[in-house]
Design a protein around this ligand. Structure first.
Ligand code: PRX
Length: 650
């Protein structure tokens, strides 16, 4: 029997959430299942401002996905920024939309809805002057400054499609994305600030764009004022283009199904895919889930400390919260700068009521001691969220008991770049929670577990997590490669969306995500592909072959373990390891790093030449006694060398 945390008593202020108790949750769930179109049409019409309201819900299905994407609200017309800005300027213009906390504690800016609207309009006007048109793509490569959100919304204002690239990615990665989506404009800043360090954003963009003729302009926001290289004619200062632009910019009408953004994410194979989200369905779903999961109220100070370069930043710093007229915080720094009390210092100074972070940060902070938490007044906190990776029960309890003083709701939200928004999660303050469980599916989400024989598993058990029915916030396709979308998510189980995750369901119907069952790594909540690491490593002259797997890491959740086969005549040494680290950083980015290298004489392969990753995984996980059947290996002797030379963290 696992422990159940009952729901702390409801606070007295009224919530406007459409779901007020578990009976209403069950009712909404049943309605969304029995009449998904009616359910979501109601939600979409009620929550968003439409130029033309949609009259029908879903077209297409998982069964017809090979023929093309399914769509939601196909005849609806809107501009998402009218839902996120204009209507709030009419009702509460002076409400704070964004609180920005800079890298140095107390370095704060606040933008009201009126101010944000003005900045978005000016930026949109400036972008239009630079030649940006509806449907064109813009790469945004910035740190956590309000201008990053403004840039996203300005693209949306014009019906242009943004693709935000996390500011830690390398020039190579930026170039790949610029090319893949055919962007003509890049928005960046001189330098970024993070944990007292300077991040050379403009410099990386320059390197990425060397020889890229199709880029018309690079718009550069001045964050630090440091000197940066400049390409005359191509580069434009943000303040010069934006500050003098008109304060009003008409919102360009888009169809509900027009793409809102592309976000690149790692998969099992090949280069990252450009996952496409659309205007109407995505905003409907992020707005709905943001309110029901976090129990959002009018006076909340909501803080999600993710980065805007990941889906969490898109859905739950920018689009969901702004659609809901929330006050949303943007945090430029890291949880340990200047010390491990930074989050709680912010909670006290800003009066944060809802706080959303990743298990990695929780584990890292718990390891630093409770005194960093106790020092600060956290009485305003009401809901504490986590996302990005499974949360281990110890970290959950620390979050609940120490950070939340045993009186806040924990929402462990399970979702993915592809799902657009939260799919399985408690609803604060309604769902009784169990440490480590994402609990129950939200209305409209129909999870299924597949067993080893690819049959649907009923009742309690463990299997591969699929979804049985589309919802409005689900990704529609991979940019420029619909067959890849189909092959990645819909070919494993015909008629179902396969998440790539394993999951256990208990006797209460609660879901426990067990982690990825494919070759995707989740390091500190950052999603990375083993194939990306491998291709960076084999590009090094001395390397013949590389095999990458994950292993359990006490803080990061998963660490990266690299098996390296060197070319004949080369031997491992420190200089070579440093070179391998550099290769990974240059190809992927500073956030990607191998934790353990093991140099081996060969990789374990079957006679047909396929690497048996199961063996690599078991050895990296410290379970060499659980290798299973190795009789089909071409050369079983490599296994001995792999087992005897296995590495582990100090
Ligand atoms: O493995 C799951 C894990 O993160 C993956 C999705 O990563 P990404 O697309 O980068 O999106 C992360 C933010 C939504 C999933 O396939 N994951 C995410 N949330 C959880 C989780 N694993 C367990 N519990 C969660 N709450």
């Amino acid at each position: 029997m696992s422990e159940i945390y009952p729901v702390p008593p409801r606070v007295s202020t009224r919530s406007d959430s459409p779901i007020q108790d578990m009976a209403q949750y069950r009712e909404a769930y049943a309605r969304a299942q029995n009449d998904p179109e009616g359910f979501w049409l109601d939600v979409a019409r009620r929550r968003l401002r439409w130029m033309k309201e949609p009259t029908h819900g879903l077209d297409g299905s998982y069964h017809t996905i090979d023929e093309g994407p399914f769509s939601w609200f196909g005849d609806g017309v809107l501009n998402v920024t009218e839902s996120c800005l204009d209507r709030h300027v009419e009702t509460r213009p002076s409400k704070t939309a964004i609180i920005w906390e800079g890298d140095e504690p107390g370095e704060v800016r606040k933008l009201s809805y009126r101010e944000l609207h003005k900045q978005v309009c000016r930026t949109a006007n400036a972008l239009r002057e630079l030649g940006l048109k509806k449907g064109e793509r813009v790469i945004i490569y910035m740190g956590m400054v309000p201008e990053a959100a403004i840039a996203m919304l300005a693209c949306a204002r014009l019906g242009a499609i943004h693709s935000v690239v996390f500011g830690g990615f390398s020039a190579e990665a930026v170039r790949d994305r610029v090319r893949d989506c055919g962007a003509e404009i890049v928005i960046t800043q001189d330098k970024g600030r993070r944990g007292g360090k300077s991040i050379p954003l403009k410099e990386v963009v320059d390197k990425a764009l060397e020889g890229e003729q199709h880029i018309k302009h690079v718009l550069v926001y001045r964050r630090t004022g440091e000197e940066v290289p400049w390409v005359e004619g191509r580069d434009v200062w943000w303040h010069e283009a934006v500050d003098g632009a008109e304060d009003l910019c008409p919102a360009v009408p888009t169809m509900a199904e027009d793409p809102l953004f592309i976000l690149y994410t790692s998969g099992s194979t090949g280069k990252p895919k450009g996952v496409v989200h659309t205007c109407g369905g995505y905003l409907t779903f992020t707005s709905y889930t943001h309110e029901i999961v976090f129990d959002l109220r009018e006076h909340d100070v909501y803080a999600c400390v993710a980065d805007i370069g990941w889906i969490t930043g898109h859905s739950y710093i920018v689009y969901g919260p702004l659609a809901n007229r929330a006050t949303t915080l943007m945090f430029e720094s890291i949880p340990t700068y200047p010390d491990a009390g930074r989050y709680w210092d912010m909670v006290e100074r800003h009066g944060i009521t809802i706080f959303y972070t990743a298990p990695t940060a929780i584990r890292a902070l718990a390891a630093q001691g409770d005194e960093h938490v106790d020092k600060y007044d956290r009485r305003t906190l009401r809901v504490l969220g986590t996302v990005g990776e499974p949360i281990n029960p110890d970290a959950w309890r620390w979050y609940y008991e120490i950070v939340g003083d045993g009186r806040c709701n924990i929402v462990d939200t399970y979702w993915q770049t592809e799902t657009g928004g939260v799919t399985i999660s408690p609803l604060a303050p309604l769902t009784a929670t169990k440490p480590g469980s994402a609990t129950l599916p939200l209305p409209g989400i129909v999870p299924l577990l597949m067993d080893d024989s690819d049959r649907i598993l009923r009742g309690p058990g463990e299997g591969r997590l699929c979804m049985a029915f589309p919802w409005p916030g689900q990704a529609r396709t991979v940019w420029g490669d619909h067959p890849r979308f189909v092959a990645t998510y819909f070919n494993h189980y015909k008629g179902y969306y396969f998440t790539g995750d394993g999951c256990r369901r208990d006797t209460d119907g609660y879901h426990w995500i067990t982690g990825r069952v494919d070759d995707v790594l989740n390091v500190s909540g950052h999603r990375m592909g083993t194939a990306e690491f491998e291709s960076a490593l084999v590009a090094v002259d001395e390397v013949a072959e590389a095999g990458i797997v994950g292993f359990p890491h006490p803080i990061k959740g998963q660490g990266v373990y690299a098996y390296i086969v060197l070319q004949p005549g080369f031997a491992p040494n420190d200089a070579l390891e440093a070179k391998l680290h550099r290769a990974v950083r240059d190809q992927i980015g500073a956030h990607a790093r191998v934790d353990l290298f093991q140099f081996v004489p060969g990789l374990p392969k079957t006679r047909s030449g396929k690497v048996m990753r199961r063996i690599l995984r078991k050895v990296a996980e410290g379970e060499p006694d659980k290798l299973g059947d190795i009789s089909t290996l071409a050369d079983p002797s490599v296994v001995e060398a792999i087992v005897s030379g296995a590495r582990s963290l100090p």
